[in-house]
Design a protein around this ligand. Structure first.
Ligand SMILES: NC(=O)c1ccc[n+]([C@@H]2O[C@H](COP(=O)([O-])OP(=O)(O)OC[C@H]3O[C@@H](n4cnc5c(N)ncnc54)[C@H](OP(=O)(O)O)[C@@H]3O)[C@@H](O)[C@H]2O)c1
Length: 296
């Protein structure tokens, strides 16, 4: 019996939080993977049976080799916007379908309806993709559970208090592994062309409750100390981009008194419930303990 040749899936953002796990899920499903990175040395962190190609989203012509003979592309955009039109055009010239990691900017919940330059860029890229006629699936996760590592791990490693604004603001943190599992499924399974999927974690949790869960898992009492927005601006001055700070403050402020937005999409697509925030913390507990400071 002759085996049909399966074209590789090109995974961009391959060394990042979501892309790295998308690679694992594609390999589990027997799908050939080509991984894009700007850093050839990153190959050492990727599975041996992955074809690693170098390329940069800010240099569209650097993607030609990566795109040759691909069937589908997982697109993660963390670069500046300027080259998005040229990249999407190249993508359409080579691939049949694209799965794009976007955000829930169309969801009518105040948390997702605040001014947000990243959401505006996502909307632009979606328009570019639609204009090419490529088969597409848009994945729209809410707040990643892993954000809490870059936000709070340093404070939790150093002491017993997290100083942060809007402790009462609720989100439904989603485990990166669930986002990646959905993305991988839509890359190798038929029936997801035109899919537009808003993904959330399973439960609404205030930011103070998230800190308290981290404390429970670590068997420590960690206090949440409320900051005013101005105190938070001062605390992040020089280390966070101001537009990101203002975007988060606006989103948290707008959601006070509103339950977090929850969807059943992860279960609907995977047939299993999304992981809880407590589970995510348990699986990453060492990152909140002593040792070198985590980068994300
Ligand atoms: N955090 C959230 O709560 C949240 C929520 C919704 C949506 N999102 C979206 O999710 C996306 C980020 O996903 P992620 O967290 O998995 O990404 P990530 O961990 O930040 O990783 C992004 C990867 O992209 C690669 N990269 C960066 N600049 C590049 C360039 N110019 N050309 C090619 N590759 C480049 C880097 O790999 P190399 O260094 O190996 O090249 C990096 O590992 C963003 O679009 C964000 O807006 C995030």
């Amino acid at each position: 019996m002759t085996r049909t040749h399966v074209p590789p899936v090109l995974v961009t953002g391959a060394t990042g939080r979501v892309g790295r796990v998308v690679i694992d899920r594609l390999i589990d499903a027997g799908v050939p993977v080509r991984a894009l990175t700007r850093r050839p040395e990153a190959a050492a962190t990727l599975p041996a049976n992955v074809e690693v190609v170098t390329g940069d989203l800010t240099v569209p012509e650097s993607l030609d080799a990566a795109l040759r003979s691909t069937g589908a592309v997982f697109l993660v955009w963390t670069a500046p916007p300027a080259t998005a039109p040229a990249v999407v055009e190249r993508l359409a010239a080579h691939a049949r379908r694209v799965v794009f990691l976007s955000s829930p900017h169309q969801t009518p919940h105040p948390f997702f309806q605040q001014p947000n330059p990243m959401a505006a860029l996502h909307a632009d890229i979606e328009r570019l993709i639609a204009a090419t006629g490529l088969e597409s699936t848009i994945i729209r996760p809410g707040m990643f559970a892993s954000n809490t590592l870059s936000w709070w791990a340093t404070a939790i490693r150093a002491g017993d208090v997290v100083r942060w604004p809007y402790g009462a603001a609720e989100t439904a943190p989603i485990d990166d592994r669930d986002i990646a599992a959905v993305a991988a499924r839509t890359l190798y399974q038929d029936g997801h062309a035109g899919g537009d999927y808003v993904l959330t974690g399973p439960e609404p949790l205030s930011q103070a409750a998230q800190v308290s869960i981290i404390g429970d898992v670590l068997r420590r009492r960690i206090r949440f100390e409320e900051l005013t927005p101005d105190q938070f601006r001062s605390q992040t001055e020089g280390s966070w981009p101001r537009p990101a700070v203002d975007m988060l403050l606006a989103a948290w402020s707008a959601t006070i008194g509103r339950p977090a937005f929850i969807t059943s999409t992860v279960s609907d697509i995977l047939g299993s419930a999304p992981r809880s925030f407590r589970q995510w913390v348990a699986d990453h507990a060492t990152a909140f303990m002593e040792g070198p400071t985590p980068s994300s």
